[in-house]
Design a protein around this ligand. Structure first.
Ligand code: SF4
Length: 431
């Protein structure tokens, strides 16, 4: 294949996958390939997949079928499939999609470049050559790969392997390079951010990493995602309270609150510990927003467990909540429990949580009316700027809509006054 050929990269799944694609695109570009954002303008398509729960698998297979159709119609010459889905179902995929030219798992993205550039040495390794897929003012910083936990419902450790933290100097170098390219908000991602460093330094090193990242002058916001609740490093909450660059935002996936469900999920946690953690955050960082994710319909979840979860949400009013229905995954510990809760019950529970949460969200949003907030402008659409506060991660949280003004631009931080509250979003004007 000639270097002049155009390559498109479709990225499915979570921000960790986005980072993998960004590194792959960087390496492809450094090796003379032209990466285009339109599949119709490409001769080769690389699909970077996700496959950690059934709905994601189904969605990914749908995309794969569409891409294979383009190949069958002669509109694509080569199709490469990479990522989690391949890691998990390589043999089945090989049988079902035999027209795919190359399958590669999560650890072998550089194989893609080697395969396409078989005639010459690689000019560049994957690390450090990222081409951002996000707007250029924010970027994900993936601080580790894999996970050492054994949550009963989760297939990720099987797919992504055990925890492998990236050394602090490498991450600081990567963050500096992102800052030089215009990044102002760094979003720390991993499978288990609380455990960062344990594998290579023998103890958690998240705080030390953060201290080095906040020293990068161009970085204004650092947002920490995926804090495993049972292992939040000592001192982290105090550090968030005292360091203005760290967003007052705690993303802590608790999954459930009932002790019996938590035990069955092998979360190594209890309701008492979770409540203490939330109270500790509220006491030390009074204006912090807490985000969490929940699973409803776990095999051992009773009606009483579910009611306890609803009560907990009403009592502790987490600002941001994502909720998923339980997906029974082959290869996980909980697979042995079967999937006894009917889908209608799971969906009913999910809707009930959304109802409770929408009331909490509206009430919290109304409290912001008349207040001044700093926002980061992400985009512009239909005469409105689309912005986020420090309490909102991209893609998953709320938005602030700001009437367009010629004096501001995308990627800028501005102060706004909140004029109006909707359930999940806010309307603002420049202050
Ligand atoms: S912490 Fe638990 S849920 Fe998260 S990736 Fe690890 S095993 Fe899965």
């Amino acid at each position: 294949m000639q270097n002049s050929k155009n390559i498109s990269v479709l990225t499915l799944g979570c921000p960790k996958n986005v980072v993998d694609s960004e590194k792959l695109i960087g390496a492809l570009t450094a090796n003379g390939f032209n990466v285009v954002d339109n599949i119709d303008k490409s001769e080769t398509c690389i699909v970077n997949t996700c496959g950690f729960i059934k709905p994601a698998v189904e969605e990914n297979l749908k995309v794969l079928l569409e891409v294979m159709n383009l190949k069958i119609q002669g509109k694509l010459q080569k199709v490469i499939v990479a990522g989690c889905l391949v890691e998990r179902f390589k043999e089945i995929l090989r049988e079902e999609f035999n027209e795919v030219d190359l399958f590669v798992g999560v650890e072998s993205l550089e194989q893609v470049v080697r395969y396409l550039k078989s005639d010459a040495q690689l000019k560049s390794q994957l690390l450090g050559e990222r081409q951002l897929l996000t707007p250029k003012h924010y970027a994900y910083l993936k601080i580790s790969e894999g996970c050492n936990r054994e949550c009963a419902f989760c297939a990720i450790p099987n797919i992504r392997g055990r925890l492998r933290s990236f050394p602090i100097p490498n991450l600081v170098e990567e963050a500096k390079s992102l800052a030089c390219k215009g990044v102002r908000e760094l979003i720390i991602v991993s499978q288990d951010t609380s455990s960062y460093g344990i594998d290579i330094y023998g103890e958690p090193k998240l705080l030390q990493l953060l201290r080095e990242l906040v020293a990068i002058p161009e970085i204004s916001w650092i947002r920490i995602m995926y804090l495993y609740p049972a292992g939040i490093p000592d001192g982290l909450i105090d550090y968030v309270a005292e360091e203005p660059k760290i967003c007052n935002y705690f993303d802590i996936p608790i999954q459930h609150i009932s002790d019996s469900v938590l035990k069955s999920m092998l979360r190594g946690n209890s309701k008492k510990n979770i409540v203490n953690l939330i109270e500790n955050i509220r006491a030390k960082v009074p204006n912090a927003y807490i985000r969490s994710t929940l699973i409803v319909g776990y095999p051992t979840e009773t009606e009483k467990d579910f009611e306890e979860l609803i009560q907990f949400l009403n009592d502790y009013e987490l600002e941001r909540v994502g909720v998923f229905t339980y997906s029974c995954e082959d290869g996980t510990y909980a697979f042995n429990f079967g999937d006894p809760i009917p889908e209608e019950t799971k969906n009913y529970r999910l809707q009930e949580i959304l109802k409770v949460q929408s009331k909490i969200s509206l009430r919290k949003n109304k409290e912001l009316v008349g207040k001044e907030l700093k926002v980061l402008i992400d985009d512009k659409n239909n005469g409105l700027y689309i912005c986020r506060t420090e309490f909102d991660a991209p893609e998953v949280d709320n938005l602030v809509y700001l009437k367009a003004d010629p004096d501001v631009s995308i990627g800028e931080f501005v102060n706004v006054e909140i004029l109006k509250a909707k359930t999940y979003d806010l309307l603002a004007r420049l202050k």
